[in-house]
Design a protein around this ligand. Sequence first.
Ligand SMILES: [Zn+2]
Ligand SMILES: [Zn+2]
Length: 411
Amino acid sequence: MSSRVSAAIESAKARAAEAIISRRQELLELSARIHANPEVSFEEFTAADAVRHIVAAAGYAMSDPDPSLPTAVRGDIRGTGYSDRDTTVAVLSEYDALEGLGHGCGHNLMAAAGVGAAIGLAAVQDTFGGEVRFLGTPGEERGAGKEDMIRLGHFEGVDAAVIVHPYDRNQLTVPALALEDLEVSFHGEAAHAATSPWDGRNALDAMVQLLASIGLWRQQMKDSARVHGIITEGGEAPNIVPAFTSALFMLRAESDTELEHMRRRFREIVEAAALAHACQSEVKSIGMSRTMQDNRTMAAVFRRNAERLGIEFPEPDPTRVGSTDMGNVSQALPSIHPFLQICDEGTPLHSELFREAAVGEAAGEMCIRGAIAQAQTAIELLLDPDLRSRVQREFATGRVHTETTDEGVNV
Ligand SMILES: [Zn+2]
Ligand SMILES: [Zn+2]
């Protein structure tokens, strides 16, 4: 990289950081507002509106992604500078909450950090010639909104995508499991549970059988595999043989191939439970997330920018693994999904403690610094053609293409 390019990058990064810091109050208010009004997957109407409003005011051309995804947000801005006009970098936000728990995953912070990054990038619009695409992606906790947005073409032309997630520690890359979200229903027949139980076909028995079979199936599962679920409808009254039951499940595996195997087995087990109790079964796939393929070249750039903001990344703990629909994006184009600390180590995600931490002081810091590191990583991608080509080559070959870029990356 010439010294002229590197000076231009440094100056743009400093200006973007200043722009984000100057809007700190507004960004933290956005985060607090979303936190105080939790909305579950695909119903994040007020969060999406608030995000849309700020991104539009920053100068992005807004469009509605699709009538089927009313809580998705898209804003595009083209630079007025002279660097490569073909490059598009996406900054992403999530804003969905957990049913019954609120923002126990801290997506309110992801919303504000992504919006902050969009503001920072708009402030240096004169430095780059490519495009920035802001994408507010609904439905991460249940379903896979990013997969829907990929299918609808909103990632077309995007060269790289960046998102940040709050956590109980800093972790640069994420070994996410492949996931399928499912709804299972059993249809039986109602009858008086005492007068003529023999006339009924018990849909709750089928559900109990399914849960018992899953428990036994676990003996044969790989250590990394996970199956978990809840019953959402278990019958109407104790004196009626339940004619209908319904449950939500999640299947997780460390590879997409292993998940395929589990999906087949799960459906066989459901069918067997239905057969055992003379019921009909129904399995509805709600969404699928793929394993995460972090782009290590991009991760190294994010790490360098984050470290300058005082964020250190220790060795990751490979046993703590969830899933994310960012995995789907990462399989389609170069992506990163770093985790940034907002609370004491050991505070579990999806807990009341994590929910409280998601509006604390450390959360505010994470939000602002996450926004800056996101924006600065995007600036390097927009202004440094050599970096961009190394990112693309890693994506194409799976190998990092220089000794310097993978220095210190946790994989
Ligand atoms: Zn999350
Ligand atoms: Zn979560």
